[in-house]
Write a new protein. Structure first.
Length: 367
């Protein structure tokens, strides 16, 4: 039966780098708490149920999350992996705690966000801007953390860092091999291809059957991964699956910005596109999403999906599970467990309580 993997942000704990870049004690909770309503009935700021702002440097908070996920049918977490080089690995405390505490009963795999971190005013390809609303362009370099693949010695260090996780019984497998995800297949794709071939050999030398690479679908069609997935709601909401779609989305967004309008997208329309576009290709795995509103990070430049509720989420999850199961898809990748800064989360909040978790459980049990 098709299993649901929820994407997981290992943020929500202090690190020295964020203290330097964005201010002492900064985590995504700062952005979430400071979010402002941009229009009438805009649901901001989002507040966790009981105002429980978790601290992911605390293994007990991880334990609570894992138990909750299991109770509501989530098979595992897709934990974002921030390796820039062997000298700079960020936000790795939560996975380390998960690995060390074997009693935390949740499956997981790594999704490598293989891009540099930048300040928002920089124009760096394959980069991610974390906290635009806290930007101070006069404070520090435009590249905060630079991705450097390096050569074989660096690739080996990266593999050796991952190997204990790959051997963990809780680590998610596909085709009896550890699953490793990558966000940008076309970021030095030839280097990545060579590196993953090398990793595959190292995996076999270390008693594994190899590695299965999962890649986010991309417009360039440079495919180096064994399996592809759509990252939602971006793919079917505003980034497109081909250059024609991307061009149309960009034109619409430019018109919106010129008119001073927010980028709003309809929940049901995106979901219908997702359902209709599920490929029968056995090397394709579908994506899904709970809801989306990245106002906390991007203010009036945010992308906001409107018209969501738990009933609609349950309805569409039933449809995607039914169609995916019929096609023998092993996994669906759901955005997200805890992306509060993007309004994409399953965790309970003050407004909806456990409604979205209950909707997911109902969909899994009754599709």
């Amino acid at each position: 039966m098709t299993k649901v993997i929820a994407m997981y942000l290992p943020q929500y704990h202090c690190i020295p780098e964020n203290d330097t870049w964005w201010g002492k004690g900064y985590t995504d909770w700062k952005a979430v708490k400071d979010a402002k309503r941009l229009y009438k009935n805009h649901e901001q700021p989002k507040v966790p149920l009981g105002k429980k702002y978790c601290n992911l440097s605390n293994p007990e908070d991880l334990r609570i999350q894992a138990q909750m996920a299991q109770n509501y049918g989530v098979y595992g977490f897709g934990i974002y992996h921030y390796w820039f080089s062997s000298k700079q690995i960020l936000l790795d405390t939560p996975p380390k705690l998960l690995y060390q505490n074997k009693d935390i009963n949740i499956h997981y795999f790594f999704m490598w966000d293989n891009g540099s971190w930048k300040r928002t005013w920089s124009n760096v390809k394959f980069s991610n801007s974390w906290a635009p609303l806290y930007e101070n362009s006069n404070n520090g370099p435009e590249i905060l953390a630079k991705l450097e693949y390096g050569k074989k010695d660096e690739w080996k260090k990266h593999f050796e860092y991952l190997l204990p996780y790959f051997k963990d019984d809780r680590y998610i497998r596909l085709n009896e091999k550890p699953l490793f995800g990558i966000f940008n297949q076309d970021n030095e794709s030839e280097t990545l291809k060579e590196m993953f071939e090398y990793w595959n050999r190292l995996a076999i030398e270390n008693g594994l059957n190899g590695i299965t690479i999962l890649g986010r679908s991309n417009l360039s069609r440079k495919v180096i991964a064994d399996y592809q997935f759509d990252y939602e709601p971006c793919t079917h909401g505003w980034s497109g699956k081909n250059n024609i779609q991307k061009g149309l989305y960009r034109i619409k967004d430019k018109i919106r910005l010129k008119l001073g309008l927010l980028k709003k997208y309809k929940y049901s329309i995106i979901w219908e596109k997702i359902i209709n576009d599920i490929s029968t290709d056995e090397r394709y795995l579908p994506g899904a999403f709970v809801r989306y509103d990245d106002t906390p990070r991007r203010g009036n430049k945010s992308s906001i999906v409107i018209g969501d509720n738990a009933s609609k989420f349950e309805y569409y999850m039933k449809k995607i599970l039914k169609k995916s199961n019929k096609q023998n898809k092993e996994y669906i990748f759901l955005t997200a467990w805890n992306e509060w800064g993007e309004g994409a989360y399953l965790e309970p909040d003050e407004k909806n309580g456990y409604e979205y978790l209950e909707a997911l459980k109902n969909a899994i049990d009754n599709f």
